[in-house]
Ligand binder design. Structure first.
Ligand code: PPS
Length: 290
């Protein structure tokens, strides 16, 4: 693994350098009807939803979800780094039903997902908490370029030059098409506010009718605290040369409103302006506080 490779552009979207080499295979990826896709802008609750869905598909059987790390149980479509198996290849040889993670904006999703009418769960999170979470993730995971200072990173983020591009284009793009397709659009803040309510929505969407005790078990297994301690969910099985949890743990805080601990008054105003400007052409609304 090359440390801190520069970002590259694919189809106009900034992507992690090594991922760019496998872009053609991503675009040609053959989805299957039974696939279940978890789509997000980075740091918006992907891992949380991945754990929920894997538990649901296994009817709450915790032992089965201990069969591998979360990134093995729910492969990341775009993931391709030297020295590791490329995720498109892993997925091609995986049995159905497959759970798949992707950070692609809607317009760059491989067309086979639409052709096969796959079910897609999209999760969005407010821009301020995403920015803070993403900054700390850049610091701890060397597949990203050096983020620089928080102030520098904020500028790169606002310019849409971080991996997977503009936050606003991403959340708006998926919001726009959600009604024409089989998409359940959820919010990280809603999951924090009422995990049970949101998990019930997911269960209904994927056509599962699990008994109450199983539902309760899924909720318990997917709290922030439990997932932080679960080695198969917290990314601690990745070598520290790749993800250094002493710099910042993957399971960092898991709250809404942590931006208040990070942003200066001026930075907060800049983000308010960004939000106002970028979200003026949509009815999509985010919550920034509990
Ligand atoms: S990634 O790398 O893009 O796939 O990251 P992603 O999983 O989308 O987002 C990571 C953030 O989600 C938080 N997280 C949780 N919050 C609440 N409850 C649960 N169970 C949970 N699991 C993960 C994680 O802590 C990251 O947010 P921050 O703000 O950095 O803590």
């Amino acid at each position: 693994m090359v440390n801190r490779p520069p970002i590259k552009l694919v189809s106009g979207m900034p992507i992690l350098g090594p991922f760019a080499e496998n872009w053609e295979n991503v675009q040609r990826f053959q989805a299957r009807e039974e696939d279940l896709l978890i789509a997000t802008y980075p740091k918006s609750g992907t891992t949380w939803m991945s754990e929920v869905l894997d538990l649901m598909l296994h009817n709450g059987d915790v032992a089965k979800t201990q069969r591998g790390a979360i990134y093995e149980r729910v492969p990341f479509l775009e993931y391709a780094v030297p020295g590791m198996r490329i995720c498109t290849e892993i997925l091609n040889s995986s049995e159905s039903p497959r759970l798949i993670k992707s950070h692609l904006p809607a317009h760059l999703l491989p067309s086979s997902f639409w052709e096969k009418k796959c079910k897609i769960i999209y999760i969005a999170r407010n821009v301020k908490d995403v920015l803070v979470s993403y900054y700390h993730f850049y610091r701890m995971a060397v597949v990203h370029p050096d983020p620089g200072t928080f102030e520098e990173y904020l500028q790169t983020f606002i310019e849409g030059k971080v991996a997977f591009g503009s936050w606003s284009d991403h959340v708006k793009g998926w919001w726009k098409i959600r009604q024409q397709k089989d998409i359940l659009y959820l919010f990280y803040e809603d999951m924090l506010q009422d995990q049970e309510r949101e998990i019930r929505k997911v269960m209904k969407f994927i056509g599962k009718d699990l008994p109450e005790d199983v539902l309760e078990k899924i909720i318990q297994r997917t709290t922030f605290k439990t997932m932080k301690e679960n080695h198969m969910a917290n990314y601690s099985t990745i070598p520290s040369s790749v993800m250094d949890h002493t710099i910042s743990p993957f399971m960092r805080k898991g709250i809404c409103g942590d931006w208040k601990n990070q942003l200066t008054v001026a930075q907060n105003e800049l983000l308010d302006e960004y939000y106002k400007r970028e979200m003026s052409d949509t009815d999509l609304i985010f919550r920034f506080e509990d």
